[in-house]
Design a protein around this ligand. Structure first.
Ligand SMILES: [Zn+2]
Length: 230
């Protein structure tokens, strides 16, 4: 069975990413990935645009439809990655428990994102209460200690572990990713994750790459500011 390199968590300009889906996809191909998901915040629009671009250009990369949903659980917010084999109806429910049932109904995976990074809406200890298909145990933007804690908990809960970049620009793509043993078909990839045929390639966003991202983000804000003033 092929071993596919996959980065299943990244953002485009359809939410708070700095680069359009086209640039994210070309970067993924350059970096040797065979599968990606564009998981913009609370929308499948990034994935829809990505699917169209891949189809129109005839590119050799598999798209998993994704959405990083900010779900509510007893008054607390938590980010859940939803990965789907095809485009499900929108919008998914915002309640964390109903979201799981919805994911099951549409054949999607429900994966808590950076669970112990609670400053970035990780679910924290609620992870013990939730049903889930896998855990994002390694996130390239989360501190190492926080990732290590997620790895420990995934082992305790016996859940498959994914590593992702959570890239917010094209340079960050694949900085952490997973190797999935599956035929190159979305359904097969998601099934392989659930069955645990997945290995993490742990990595971090380099300080240089992060500084560049912050610089671009600030530049964009000040440009917006200038326009607003006029
Ligand atoms: Zn994210």
């Amino acid at each position: 069975m092929p071993a596919l390199r996959a980065d299943l968590h990244m953002h485009s300009t359809h939410s708070d990413g700095l680069d359009p889906v086209e640039k994210m996809i070309m970067s993924a191909i350059d970096k040797g990935l065979q599968a990606i998901s564009i998981t913009d915040h609370d929308t499948f629009e990034g994935s829809k645009a990505a699917a169209e671009f891949i189809k129109n250009k005839g590119l050799d990369i598999i798209l998993i439809y994704g959405n990083e949903v900010r779900a509510r659980y007893y008054g607390k917010y938590m980010d859940i990655l939803i990965l789907c084999p095809s485009l499900p109806p929108s919008p998914p429910p915002k309640d964390a428990l109903r979201l799981y049932d919805w994911a099951e109904k549409w054949g999607c995976l429900y994966i808590p994102a950076h669970p112990y990074d609670e400053r970035r809406y990780g679910c924290g200890e609620s992870i013990y209460d939730l049903e889930m298909h896998a855990i994002e145990a390694w996130n390239a933007r989360a501190p190492k200690k926080i990732n290590e804690r997620a790895v420990e908990v995934a082992k305790i809960l016996r859940k498959p572990m994914l590593a992702n970049s959570d890239a917010h620009d094209a340079e960050m793509v694949a900085s952490a990713h997973s190797i999935i043993e599956a035929e190159p078909i979305p359904e097969e990839i998601l099934d392989a994750i659930v069955k645990g045929r997945v290995k993490m390639v742990r990595g971090h966003i380099s300080p240089k790459s992060y500084a560049k991202y912050v610089g671009r983000k600030l530049a964009r804000r000040s440009v917006k500011h200038l326009f607003l003033k006029e």
